[in-house]
Design a protein around this ligand. Structure first.
Ligand code: AMP
Ligand code: MG
Length: 487
């Protein structure tokens, strides 16, 4: 067994460079820790030995109780607009940044615990998390990564042996070990901006540039270049969400990263039958975070980031506002380009088909999908088979629709490439009914269904025999799907 001090080397860059944005803290003791899932490939990418992580010392490390030398765990401070309402102090109410690890690819990655106990930011919350929501985040975040979508990763879920109390009653507790390019959020910048110490904001900007957008350091106006980079990264991210039918569900400014990674898998879900107005979260009663609103909401959140950055954008406040406005307005073009590029690949269309053709053709398809509530994931795979010469499956999902036949003919005339489509359109996504089934089994101590679903969705493109049921839509009686924040 490797001794703990050499098994993990954690840095404390955030804690030492930005002490105003964290409170030194320790994870609570776990009565009976039990490793439920370990992401071995990710562990290796981080230079962590999976065999050691499975030892009692390894599990102590994963629960934050064995703190490697050099690490300085902190509960991070941040603010945020929640459903449009500003909250000046949110912070990690049930989470901790253990420190940063240098990954095999040279980047620094945060190692973070969610569900590690109360902190000074807990407000009304208990500081704990339940097994179900933590496994859900593990599953969906790893599926997103496999789909090529920037996201926080999941290293492990550890059952704590503690009982947590939620609306549905007593539940088994757990914590998630999350890995991210960083946990800097739009809300982190909002918090720094509101501090009386005026030097924190520029120091945060410098830290964010170094970690995520190093090219901005060479710009004539580095904070502006950072803002532009975040706008571009978020535009690309939200385009990718739309292209796979993902609804984040709680795009508050504290849940938007500066890195451009998807974060916070509370109430998220994938659409089965396509609907631009799809909302799953039980608390999103107004549909603020509906599928089709996500680009507009992302831009709104980025406007809050730009506002928070005003003092470092330009010494003249009017100039600062002009620069900020222009940067945020850049979202529309960046989103449009990313979305059109993505839908071009989903439709297997070559680069020489002009964007003026791809755009309207895609819009027509989306309108049809919306009107007929076609299965988003299933339809694109069927279109791939049509491109390969078998139009039957595609036509079968929209029988008696002359408009669809007309669309199909015009699209096929453009010579779509089935190989590109097969490599772009997933067969297996974490469909809601499958996720629920896997979590219910896991809570009854059978992690088999979860492991099988994880295997399907982490290799989403290659159709594999025996996995047919993972490619199918929900059963007729599944009904309307509701998600909860898991707090
Ligand atoms: P979220 O909805 O997960 O983005 O969380 C919003 C805020 O509530 C963050 O500050 C969280 O740390 C905090 N929070 C969520 N659940 C809990 C909990 N069970 N105990 C304490 N704080 C929580
Ligand atoms: Mg959050």
């Amino acid at each position: 067994m490797t001794p703990p001090d050499t098994a993990v080397a954690l840095q404390s860059r955030f804690a030492t460079e930005l002490p105003e944005l964290g409170i030194p803290w320790q994870a609570a003791e776990c009565p009976e820790p039990r490793l439920l899932v370990l992401n071995e490939p990710l562990a290796r990418e981080l230079g962590l030995d999976p065999a050691w992580l499975r030892t009692p010392d390894g599990v102590e490390f994963l629960t934050g109780r064995l703190v490697p030398e050099g690490a300085a765990p902190v509960a991070q401070a941040y603010a945020g607009h929640q459903f449009g309402v500003p909250v000046p102090r949110l912070g990690d109410g049930r989470a901790l940044l253990l420190g940063e690890v240098a990954a095999a690819d040279g980047t620094l990655q945060d190692v973070h615990l969610k569900g590690s106990g109360p902190t000074p930011f807990s407000r009304g919350g208990d500081g704990w998390a339940a097994v179900g929501p933590m496994l859900r985040e593990f599953l969906v975040s790893e599926a997103m990564h496999a789909l090529g979508i920037p996201t926080t990763r999941s290293l492990a879920v550890v059952a704590t042996g503690r009982t947590v109390y939620r609306e549905e009653g007593p539940l088994p507790g757990a914590l998630l070990v999350r890995v991210a390019a960083s946990h800097l959020r739009v809300g982190t910048v909002q918090y720094a901006r509101a501090l009386p110490q005026e030097d924190v904001l520029p120091r945060l900007v410098e830290h964010a540039i170094a970690r995520h957008h190093p090219e901005a350091a060479a710009d004539a106006n580095p904070p502006l270049a950072l803002l532009r980079s975040v706008v571009a990264a978020q535009a690309r991210l939200v385009a990718q969400w739309l292209l796979v039918g993902f609804v984040h569900g709680v795009m508050n400014t504290d849940n938007m990263t500066l890195s451009g990674e998807t974060i916070d898998y509370g109430p998220c879900a994938f659409v089965d039958g396509f609907d631009r107005a799809a909302v799953f979260s039980s608390i999103d009663t107004s549909g603020r975070y509906a599928y089709g609103h996500q680009p507009a909401i992302a831009q709104w959140d980025l406007a809050r980031l730009a506002e928070a950055l005003l003092p470092v954008l330009h010494e003249d406040p009017n100039e600062a506002v002009a620069l900020a406005t222009e940067a945020v307005e850049g979202f529309a073009r960046a989103f449009g380009t990313a979305y059109t590029d993505g839908i071009r690949r989903k439709l297997g269309l070559a680069g020489d088909v002009p964007a003026e053709t791809v755009g309207p053709l895609a819009d027509e398809l989306v309108t049809l999908m919306h009107r007929e509530h076609l299965d988003h994931t299933g339809l694109f795979r069927r279109l791939g088979r049509a491109a390969a010469g078998d139009a039957g499956p595609a036509r079968a999902v929209v029988t008696d629709r002359p408009t669809f036949d007309d669309w199909l003919a015009r699209w096929l005339a453009l010579g779509p490439d089935p190989a590109v489509m097969d490599a772009t359109n997933p067969v297996y996504i974490p469909r809601n009914h499958l996720v629920e089934e896997a979590l219910a089994a896991a809570q009854a101590d059978d992690v088999g269904p979860l492991e099988r679903l994880l295997d399907a969705v982490t290799r989403p493109y290659a159709e594999r025999p025996g996995l047919e049921r993972y490619a199918e839509g929900p059963p007729e009686d599944f009904g309307r799907y509701r998600t909860f924040c898991g707090t």
